[in-house]
Design a binder for this molecule. Sequence first.
Ligand SMILES: [Zn+2]
Length: 398
Amino acid sequence: METSTPRGSSWPAVPDTERRVLLELLVHGALPRVRIAERLGMSRTSLSRITRTLLDAQLIAEGSSVPLGGRGRPAESLHLRHDAAHFAGIKLTAETMYLVLTDLRAQPVAEVERALHSRAVPDVVALIADSITEAAARGTGRARSTGSSGSSGVVDVVGVGIAVAGDIRPSAEGLLLRHSNFLGWDAVPLGQLVSAATGLPATVVNDVHALAGAHHWFGSDASHRSLVVFGVGAGIGSGVVIDGVLHPGAHGRAGRVGHTRIGGKGRRCENGHLDCVHSFVTIPATEHNAGVAPGEHALALARARRGEERALRAFQAAARALGAVVADAVNAFDPEAVAIMGEGVDMLDVAPEHAHAAMSEFLEQGDPDDVPVQRPPFTFGLYARGAAVAAMRELLSS
Ligand SMILES: [Zn+2]
Protein backbone atom coordinates (compact mmCIF):
# COMPACT_ATOMS: atom_id res chain seq x y z
CA MET A 1 0.00 0.00 0.00
CA GLU A 2 1.34 3.39 -0.98
CA THR A 3 1.77 5.43 2.18
CA SER A 4 2.68 8.74 0.59
CA THR A 5 -0.20 11.10 0.00
CA PRO A 6 -0.53 14.30 -2.01
CA ARG A 7 -1.18 16.13 1.26
CA GLY A 8 1.12 19.07 1.79
CA SER A 9 1.85 19.73 -1.89
CA SER A 10 0.95 23.28 -2.65
CA TRP A 11 0.92 25.84 -5.37
CA PRO A 12 3.39 28.58 -4.45
CA ALA A 13 1.84 31.87 -3.40
CA VAL A 14 2.05 33.91 -6.60
CA PRO A 15 1.13 37.61 -6.70
CA ASP A 16 -1.44 38.83 -9.21
CA THR A 17 0.91 40.16 -11.88
CA GLU A 18 2.93 36.94 -11.82
CA ARG A 19 -0.30 34.99 -12.13
CA ARG A 20 -1.26 36.97 -15.21
CA VAL A 21 2.02 36.02 -16.86
CA LEU A 22 1.44 32.36 -15.98
CA LEU A 23 -2.05 32.51 -17.40
CA GLU A 24 -0.79 33.97 -20.71
CA LEU A 25 1.74 31.16 -21.03
CA LEU A 26 -0.80 28.53 -20.01
CA VAL A 27 -3.34 29.56 -22.60
CA HIS A 28 -1.09 30.67 -25.46
CA GLY A 29 1.97 28.44 -25.06
CA ALA A 30 5.53 29.75 -25.39
CA LEU A 31 5.66 33.49 -26.00
CA PRO A 32 8.53 35.93 -26.60
CA ARG A 33 9.14 38.26 -23.65
CA VAL A 34 8.33 41.30 -25.76
CA ARG A 35 4.97 39.83 -26.73
CA ILE A 36 4.06 39.07 -23.10
CA ALA A 37 4.97 42.62 -22.09
CA GLU A 38 2.78 43.97 -24.90
CA ARG A 39 -0.16 41.72 -24.12
CA LEU A 40 -0.14 42.61 -20.44
CA GLY A 41 0.74 46.26 -20.94
CA MET A 42 3.83 46.14 -18.75
CA SER A 43 7.36 47.43 -19.19
CA ARG A 44 10.23 45.09 -20.07
CA THR A 45 11.77 45.96 -16.69
CA SER A 46 8.66 44.91 -14.75
CA LEU A 47 8.40 41.77 -16.83
CA SER A 48 12.05 40.89 -16.11
CA ARG A 49 11.44 41.17 -12.38
CA ILE A 50 8.31 39.05 -12.59
CA THR A 51 9.82 36.37 -14.78
CA ARG A 52 12.80 36.14 -12.41
CA THR A 53 10.39 35.24 -9.58
CA LEU A 54 8.65 32.65 -11.75
CA LEU A 55 11.95 31.18 -13.01
CA ASP A 56 13.16 30.88 -9.39
CA ALA A 57 9.91 29.14 -8.43
CA GLN A 58 10.54 26.74 -11.38
CA LEU A 59 7.09 27.44 -12.80
CA ILE A 60 8.45 28.68 -16.12
CA ALA A 61 11.55 28.10 -18.20
CA GLU A 62 13.37 29.99 -20.89
CA GLY A 63 12.57 28.55 -24.30
CA SER A 64 14.28 28.56 -27.65
CA SER A 65 14.59 31.86 -29.45
CA VAL A 66 11.87 32.66 -31.92
CA PRO A 67 12.55 35.15 -34.70
CA LEU A 68 10.02 37.95 -34.71
CA GLY A 69 8.57 39.04 -38.01
CA GLY A 70 11.48 37.56 -39.92
CA ARG A 71 13.70 40.63 -39.74
CA GLY A 72 14.15 41.66 -36.10
CA ARG A 73 16.59 40.15 -33.64
CA PRO A 74 15.63 36.80 -32.14
CA ALA A 75 13.46 37.31 -29.08
CA GLU A 76 13.81 35.25 -26.00
CA SER A 77 10.77 33.08 -25.37
CA LEU A 78 9.37 31.84 -22.11
CA HIS A 79 7.20 28.81 -21.54
CA LEU A 80 5.36 27.24 -18.69
CA ARG A 81 6.94 24.15 -17.16
CA HIS A 82 3.89 22.02 -17.79
CA ASP A 83 5.03 19.44 -15.26
CA ALA A 84 5.48 22.01 -12.49
CA ALA A 85 2.09 21.11 -11.05
CA HIS A 86 -0.64 18.53 -11.43
CA PHE A 87 -4.38 18.79 -10.96
CA ALA A 88 -7.00 16.17 -10.14
CA GLY A 89 -10.17 16.43 -12.22
CA ILE A 90 -13.19 14.35 -11.34
CA LYS A 91 -16.45 13.69 -13.16
CA LEU A 92 -19.24 12.20 -11.05
CA THR A 93 -22.20 10.46 -12.64
CA ALA A 94 -24.97 8.49 -10.93
CA GLU A 95 -22.90 5.31 -11.27
CA THR A 96 -19.25 6.26 -11.61
CA MET A 97 -16.41 8.38 -10.31
CA TYR A 98 -13.92 9.08 -13.06
CA LEU A 99 -10.69 10.82 -12.08
CA VAL A 100 -7.84 12.12 -14.19
CA LEU A 101 -4.59 13.72 -13.07
CA THR A 102 -3.35 16.28 -15.55
CA ASP A 103 -0.34 18.47 -16.00
CA LEU A 104 -0.58 22.18 -16.72
CA ARG A 105 -1.45 21.51 -20.38
CA ALA A 106 -4.47 19.51 -19.19
CA GLN A 107 -2.77 16.36 -20.49
CA PRO A 108 -3.58 13.25 -18.44
CA VAL A 109 -0.76 11.53 -16.52
CA ALA A 110 -2.96 9.04 -14.61
CA GLU A 111 -6.59 7.91 -14.52
CA VAL A 112 -8.75 6.10 -11.96
CA GLU A 113 -12.31 4.92 -12.55
CA ARG A 114 -14.48 3.55 -9.74
CA ALA A 115 -18.10 2.46 -9.50
CA LEU A 116 -20.12 4.39 -6.92
CA HIS A 117 -21.29 1.65 -4.57
CA SER A 118 -22.90 4.30 -2.39
CA ARG A 119 -24.17 7.77 -3.24
CA ALA A 120 -23.96 8.89 0.40
CA VAL A 121 -21.95 12.12 0.40
CA PRO A 122 -19.29 10.98 2.96
CA ASP A 123 -18.72 7.76 0.99
CA VAL A 124 -18.24 9.63 -2.29
CA VAL A 125 -15.89 12.16 -0.64
CA ALA A 126 -13.81 9.31 0.83
CA LEU A 127 -13.71 7.58 -2.57
CA ILE A 128 -12.49 10.81 -4.21
CA ALA A 129 -9.76 11.30 -1.58
CA ASP A 130 -8.53 7.69 -1.90
CA SER A 131 -8.55 7.89 -5.67
CA ILE A 132 -6.47 11.09 -5.68
CA THR A 133 -3.86 9.34 -3.54
CA GLU A 134 -3.92 6.32 -5.83
CA ALA A 135 -3.67 8.39 -9.00
CA ALA A 136 -0.83 10.50 -7.57
CA ALA A 137 1.16 7.34 -6.84
CA ARG A 138 0.29 5.84 -10.22
CA GLY A 139 1.18 9.01 -12.07
CA THR A 140 4.72 8.97 -10.68
CA GLY A 141 6.25 6.67 -13.29
CA ARG A 142 4.69 8.59 -16.13
CA ALA A 143 5.65 11.98 -14.71
CA ARG A 144 9.16 10.84 -13.77
CA SER A 145 9.97 10.23 -17.41
CA THR A 146 9.35 13.91 -17.98
CA GLY A 147 11.29 14.86 -14.87
CA SER A 148 8.41 16.03 -12.73
CA SER A 149 8.35 13.51 -9.91
CA GLY A 150 8.06 15.27 -6.59
CA SER A 151 10.60 14.58 -3.86
CA SER A 152 7.88 12.78 -1.88
CA GLY A 153 7.78 10.02 -4.51
CA VAL A 154 4.32 10.93 -5.77
CA VAL A 155 3.15 13.43 -8.32
CA ASP A 156 2.51 16.80 -6.73
CA VAL A 157 -1.20 17.50 -6.83
CA VAL A 158 -1.93 21.15 -6.11
CA GLY A 159 -5.66 21.41 -6.74
CA VAL A 160 -8.85 19.42 -7.25
CA GLY A 161 -11.84 20.12 -9.50
CA ILE A 162 -15.07 18.11 -9.44
CA ALA A 163 -17.56 18.27 -12.32
CA VAL A 164 -21.18 17.36 -11.64
CA ALA A 165 -24.47 17.92 -13.43
CA GLY A 166 -26.22 20.46 -11.21
CA ASP A 167 -26.19 24.09 -10.18
CA ILE A 168 -23.05 25.34 -8.48
CA ARG A 169 -24.26 28.25 -6.41
CA PRO A 170 -22.11 30.68 -4.42
CA SER A 171 -23.15 30.95 -0.76
CA ALA A 172 -21.77 32.36 2.47
CA GLU A 173 -20.16 28.94 3.11
CA GLY A 174 -18.59 28.75 -0.36
CA LEU A 175 -19.84 26.93 -3.44
CA LEU A 176 -22.88 24.72 -2.90
CA LEU A 177 -23.91 21.96 -5.26
CA ARG A 178 -27.67 22.30 -5.78
CA HIS A 179 -30.19 20.18 -7.64
CA SER A 180 -27.91 17.35 -8.64
CA ASN A 181 -30.70 15.06 -9.80
CA PHE A 182 -28.44 12.25 -10.98
CA LEU A 183 -26.91 11.90 -7.52
CA GLY A 184 -30.00 12.90 -5.55
CA TRP A 185 -27.99 15.63 -3.78
CA ASP A 186 -29.02 19.15 -2.86
CA ALA A 187 -27.11 21.91 -1.03
CA VAL A 188 -23.90 19.89 -0.69
CA PRO A 189 -20.66 21.86 -0.01
CA LEU A 190 -18.74 19.29 -2.05
CA GLY A 191 -15.61 21.39 -2.64
CA GLN A 192 -15.17 22.12 1.07
CA LEU A 193 -15.73 18.46 2.01
CA VAL A 194 -13.16 17.23 -0.52
CA SER A 195 -10.74 19.94 0.58
CA ALA A 196 -11.11 18.87 4.22
CA ALA A 197 -10.56 15.22 3.27
CA THR A 198 -7.51 15.83 1.08
CA GLY A 199 -5.86 18.97 2.45
CA LEU A 200 -5.95 20.39 -1.10
CA PRO A 201 -7.83 23.36 -2.53
CA ALA A 202 -10.91 21.90 -4.20
CA THR A 203 -13.60 23.44 -6.36
CA VAL A 204 -16.80 22.12 -7.86
CA VAL A 205 -18.08 23.02 -11.31
CA ASN A 206 -21.11 22.26 -13.44
CA ASP A 207 -20.05 19.57 -15.91
CA VAL A 208 -21.00 21.44 -19.07
CA HIS A 209 -19.34 24.61 -17.74
CA ALA A 210 -16.22 22.48 -17.15
CA LEU A 211 -16.35 21.29 -20.75
CA ALA A 212 -16.74 24.87 -21.97
CA GLY A 213 -13.85 26.18 -19.87
CA ALA A 214 -11.53 23.43 -21.03
CA HIS A 215 -12.52 23.90 -24.66
CA HIS A 216 -11.94 27.64 -24.38
CA TRP A 217 -8.44 27.32 -22.93
CA PHE A 218 -7.14 24.17 -24.58
CA GLY A 219 -9.49 22.94 -27.30
CA SER A 220 -10.34 25.99 -29.29
CA ASP A 221 -8.65 29.09 -30.54
CA ALA A 222 -7.81 30.61 -27.16
CA SER A 223 -7.97 34.05 -28.76
CA HIS A 224 -11.75 33.72 -28.89
CA ARG A 225 -13.23 36.30 -26.57
CA SER A 226 -16.70 34.83 -26.79
CA LEU A 227 -17.84 31.27 -27.23
CA VAL A 228 -20.85 29.09 -26.47
CA VAL A 229 -20.17 25.38 -25.90
CA PHE A 230 -23.05 22.90 -25.90
CA GLY A 231 -22.92 19.54 -24.15
CA VAL A 232 -25.49 17.12 -25.57
CA GLY A 233 -26.04 13.67 -24.11
CA ALA A 234 -28.37 12.50 -21.34
CA GLY A 235 -29.36 16.18 -21.14
CA ILE A 236 -28.42 19.40 -22.85
CA GLY A 237 -26.66 22.41 -21.38
CA SER A 238 -24.22 25.05 -22.44
CA GLY A 239 -21.31 27.06 -21.13
CA VAL A 240 -20.85 30.68 -22.09
CA VAL A 241 -17.56 32.56 -22.43
CA ILE A 242 -17.88 36.34 -22.65
CA ASP A 243 -14.94 38.75 -22.79
CA GLY A 244 -12.58 35.81 -22.40
CA VAL A 245 -14.14 34.66 -19.13
CA LEU A 246 -16.39 31.66 -18.46
CA HIS A 247 -19.63 32.92 -16.91
CA PRO A 248 -21.24 30.43 -14.53
CA GLY A 249 -24.09 32.85 -13.85
CA ALA A 250 -25.29 34.49 -10.64
CA HIS A 251 -26.93 31.25 -9.47
CA GLY A 252 -24.73 28.77 -11.32
CA ARG A 253 -27.39 28.34 -13.99
CA ALA A 254 -26.03 30.17 -17.03
CA GLY A 255 -26.58 28.26 -20.24
CA ARG A 256 -29.60 26.26 -19.02
CA VAL A 257 -31.19 26.14 -22.39
CA GLY A 258 -33.57 23.68 -23.86
CA HIS A 259 -37.17 24.34 -22.81
CA THR A 260 -37.94 26.58 -25.78
CA ARG A 261 -41.13 25.23 -27.37
CA ILE A 262 -40.50 24.36 -30.99
CA GLY A 263 -43.67 22.50 -31.98
CA GLY A 264 -44.20 18.86 -32.85
CA LYS A 265 -44.63 16.06 -30.36
CA GLY A 266 -41.82 14.23 -28.63
CA ARG A 267 -40.85 12.79 -25.25
CA ARG A 268 -42.30 14.52 -22.19
CA CYS A 269 -39.57 16.58 -20.50
CA GLU A 270 -39.22 17.03 -16.72
CA ASN A 271 -41.24 20.25 -17.01
CA GLY A 272 -44.09 18.41 -18.68
CA HIS A 273 -43.51 19.74 -22.20
CA LEU A 274 -43.99 17.50 -25.20
CA ASP A 275 -42.62 19.99 -27.71
CA CYS A 276 -39.55 21.67 -26.18
CA VAL A 277 -35.93 21.21 -27.24
CA HIS A 278 -35.48 18.59 -24.48
CA SER A 279 -38.37 16.60 -25.97
CA PHE A 280 -36.26 15.90 -29.04
CA VAL A 281 -32.56 16.60 -28.62
CA THR A 282 -31.27 14.42 -25.77
CA ILE A 283 -30.26 10.78 -26.11
CA PRO A 284 -33.24 9.55 -24.02
CA ALA A 285 -35.60 11.69 -26.11
CA THR A 286 -34.16 10.41 -29.39
CA GLU A 287 -34.44 6.80 -28.16
CA HIS A 288 -38.04 7.35 -27.11
CA ASN A 289 -38.98 9.13 -30.33
CA ALA A 290 -37.27 6.45 -32.44
CA GLY A 291 -39.22 3.73 -30.63
CA VAL A 292 -36.24 1.87 -29.16
CA ALA A 293 -35.65 0.91 -25.52
CA PRO A 294 -33.67 3.19 -23.19
CA GLY A 295 -29.96 2.57 -23.78
CA GLU A 296 -30.46 1.52 -27.41
CA HIS A 297 -29.23 4.75 -28.94
CA ALA A 298 -26.86 2.84 -31.23
CA LEU A 299 -29.74 0.77 -32.57
CA ALA A 300 -31.81 3.88 -33.25
CA LEU A 301 -28.84 5.45 -35.02
CA ALA A 302 -28.29 2.36 -37.19
CA ARG A 303 -31.98 2.36 -38.16
CA ALA A 304 -31.89 6.06 -39.01
CA ARG A 305 -28.82 5.54 -41.17
CA ARG A 306 -30.64 2.78 -43.02
CA GLY A 307 -33.43 5.25 -43.65
CA GLU A 308 -36.08 3.55 -41.44
CA GLU A 309 -38.70 6.20 -41.17
CA ARG A 310 -39.48 6.45 -37.46
CA ALA A 311 -35.80 6.47 -36.41
CA LEU A 312 -34.89 8.88 -39.18
CA ARG A 313 -37.66 11.27 -38.11
CA ALA A 314 -36.39 11.12 -34.51
CA PHE A 315 -32.89 12.17 -35.58
CA GLN A 316 -34.24 14.84 -37.92
CA ALA A 317 -36.30 16.23 -35.03
CA ALA A 318 -33.21 16.13 -32.80
CA ALA A 319 -31.23 18.04 -35.42
CA ARG A 320 -34.01 20.62 -35.72
CA ALA A 321 -34.10 21.03 -31.92
CA LEU A 322 -30.34 21.48 -31.80
CA GLY A 323 -30.46 24.08 -34.58
CA ALA A 324 -33.16 25.93 -32.65
CA VAL A 325 -31.23 26.00 -29.40
CA VAL A 326 -27.99 27.06 -31.13
CA ALA A 327 -29.95 29.88 -32.75
CA ASP A 328 -31.26 30.92 -29.31
CA ALA A 329 -27.71 31.10 -27.95
CA VAL A 330 -26.53 33.10 -30.96
CA ASN A 331 -29.50 35.47 -30.53
CA ALA A 332 -28.64 35.94 -26.85
CA PHE A 333 -24.84 36.25 -27.00
CA ASP A 334 -23.70 36.75 -30.62
CA PRO A 335 -20.57 34.65 -29.96
CA GLU A 336 -17.52 34.38 -32.22
CA ALA A 337 -18.07 30.61 -32.38
CA VAL A 338 -20.32 27.82 -31.15
CA ALA A 339 -18.97 24.38 -30.26
CA ILE A 340 -21.15 21.29 -30.03
CA MET A 341 -19.82 18.41 -27.96
CA GLY A 342 -21.10 15.36 -26.15
CA GLU A 343 -22.14 11.74 -26.53
CA GLY A 344 -25.32 12.63 -28.40
CA VAL A 345 -24.46 14.69 -31.48
CA ASP A 346 -25.06 12.06 -34.19
CA MET A 347 -28.10 13.98 -35.41
CA LEU A 348 -25.66 16.40 -37.05
CA ASP A 349 -24.36 13.59 -39.27
CA VAL A 350 -27.78 12.06 -39.96
CA ALA A 351 -29.68 15.26 -40.69
CA PRO A 352 -27.37 18.29 -40.98
CA GLU A 353 -29.84 20.06 -43.29
CA HIS A 354 -32.51 19.98 -40.55
CA ALA A 355 -30.16 21.69 -38.09
CA HIS A 356 -29.27 24.31 -40.69
CA ALA A 357 -32.90 24.96 -41.59
CA ALA A 358 -33.82 25.35 -37.90
CA MET A 359 -31.05 27.90 -37.45
CA SER A 360 -32.50 29.92 -40.33
CA GLU A 361 -35.95 29.59 -38.78
CA PHE A 362 -34.98 30.59 -35.24
CA LEU A 363 -32.16 33.12 -35.75
CA GLU A 364 -33.52 36.54 -34.96
CA GLN A 365 -31.59 37.88 -37.91
CA GLY A 366 -28.59 36.94 -39.89
CA ASP A 367 -27.38 34.04 -41.91
CA PRO A 368 -26.69 30.69 -40.20
CA ASP A 369 -23.54 30.47 -42.29
CA ASP A 370 -22.18 33.53 -40.43
CA VAL A 371 -21.98 31.48 -37.25
CA PRO A 372 -18.94 29.19 -37.13
CA VAL A 373 -20.17 25.94 -35.58
CA GLN A 374 -17.32 23.73 -34.38
CA ARG A 375 -17.60 20.03 -33.64
CA PRO A 376 -14.48 19.29 -31.60
CA PRO A 377 -13.49 15.69 -30.97
CA PHE A 378 -15.20 14.45 -27.82
CA THR A 379 -14.50 11.71 -25.32
CA PHE A 380 -16.20 11.25 -21.98
CA GLY A 381 -12.83 11.88 -20.27
CA LEU A 382 -13.05 15.54 -21.36
CA TYR A 383 -15.47 16.24 -18.49
CA ALA A 384 -12.84 15.17 -15.94
CA ARG A 385 -10.12 17.11 -17.78
CA GLY A 386 -12.48 20.08 -17.74
CA ALA A 387 -12.77 19.70 -13.97
CA ALA A 388 -8.95 19.76 -13.71
CA VAL A 389 -8.95 22.93 -15.82
CA ALA A 390 -11.50 24.44 -13.40
CA ALA A 391 -9.04 23.75 -10.58
CA MET A 392 -6.30 25.48 -12.61
CA ARG A 393 -8.56 28.42 -13.28
CA GLU A 394 -9.27 28.72 -9.57
CA LEU A 395 -5.54 29.00 -8.81
CA LEU A 396 -4.56 31.15 -11.76
CA SER A 397 -7.35 33.59 -12.40
CA SER A 398 -8.97 34.18 -9.04
ZN1 LIG B 1 -39.30 21.23 -21.54
